[in-house]
Write a protein that binds this ligand. Sequence first.
Ligand SMILES: [Zn+2]
Length: 324
Amino acid sequence: MSLNNHYYYDEEKCEFVPVIQNKFDMVVYTACLWILNGVVLAAIGLTLLSNYIGTPAELALKAENETLLEQMQYTRESIVKLESQMESIVEMDNEMYRSVLGMDPISPEERMAGVGGSDPYSDFDIYSQETSEILRWTASKIDNLERRLGIQQVSFEEIQAYYNENQDFLRHVPAIKPTSGIVLSGFGMRMHPVLKYRRMHEGLDFRADIGTPIYATGDATVKVAARRGNYGLMIVLDHGQGIETRYAHLSGFADGIRSGTEVQRGDVIGYSGNTGMTQGPHLHYEVHINGSPVDPMNYLIADTTPEEYLMYQDIARNNPMSMD
Ligand SMILES: [Zn+2]
C-alpha cells in the first residue's frame, strides 16, 4: 500500500478502498489551482503597485512631471536674473544716457504701458491650481520682459538719433574713462584713508600706477594745471555749458598743457601720481555741473560696456573707503 494513495471508507463493504484517480482530471485540477493562484497574486500585486508605487505609465508620467518641475525652477531663476539685468539697463538708460545727454527720462508709467486689461492667461485655469499659478507667473513675466525690451529698443534708437543731431555739443560732454584702470571707489560718503573719518568723496578713484596717461574725457579748455593743496598736482577742464572735470594727484602734465590750452576728448593731458593727500597712487576724477559735483559713473558712456558699468557700479557702491 503506497503512502501516496488516497482512500475512502466503503460503508457497504465495510472497508477502505483506494481512490482511483483519473490522471487527466488531476492535471486539470492542478492547472486550475495554479491559474487561480496566479490571478489572485496578480490582482494583489497590481493593486499594491497602483496604490503605492504606480503603474509603469504612471511612473513614466511622474518622472516626466518631476523633470518639468525642475526645468520650471531653472526657467524661474533665469527670468528673475533677466529681470534684474533689465533693471540695470533701464537704470543706465535713464541715469546715464538720457540724463547726461540732457534728454527726458522715460517714466515708470511709460515703461509699463500696455500692462493690465483682460486676463490673457485664463486658459491655464483648466490645470491644477499649482500648475496654473506656475504657468501664469512664467507667461506674464516673459510677456512683461518682451514689452520692456521693445520699449528699450525704441529708447536706444531715440538716443542714437539725438546723438547724431547734437554731435557738436556732445563732443564736449565728458563721456569716456579718464584712464585705463578700473574703478576703485565711488562717489558719496566714504571713509577717508588718511583722516580716518567719513566724509563726502566728490569723485571716482581709478586704479593707476604712477605715470599712467590721463585723458581729457570731452573737448574742453584747460582752466587749471597747477598744484592745489590736498589734490596735489591737478588739472581742471572747462567743457562749456557749465560742465567741468577735475583730475587730481597727478605726477605731471602732458607737453603744452597749461591754462587756456584747447584739448579734445582722448588727448593725453597728464600722468597719474601720488601727490597731495592720498593713500597711494591712483587717479581721482570729478565731474561738476553748474558748480556742483555729480557722480562721474554716469559720465562713462562711450567706452564702458553694460557689463563693465555694472562691475564698476558694484565696486563704487560697496567699497566703504576712498583712496582720496
Ligand atoms: Zn578720490
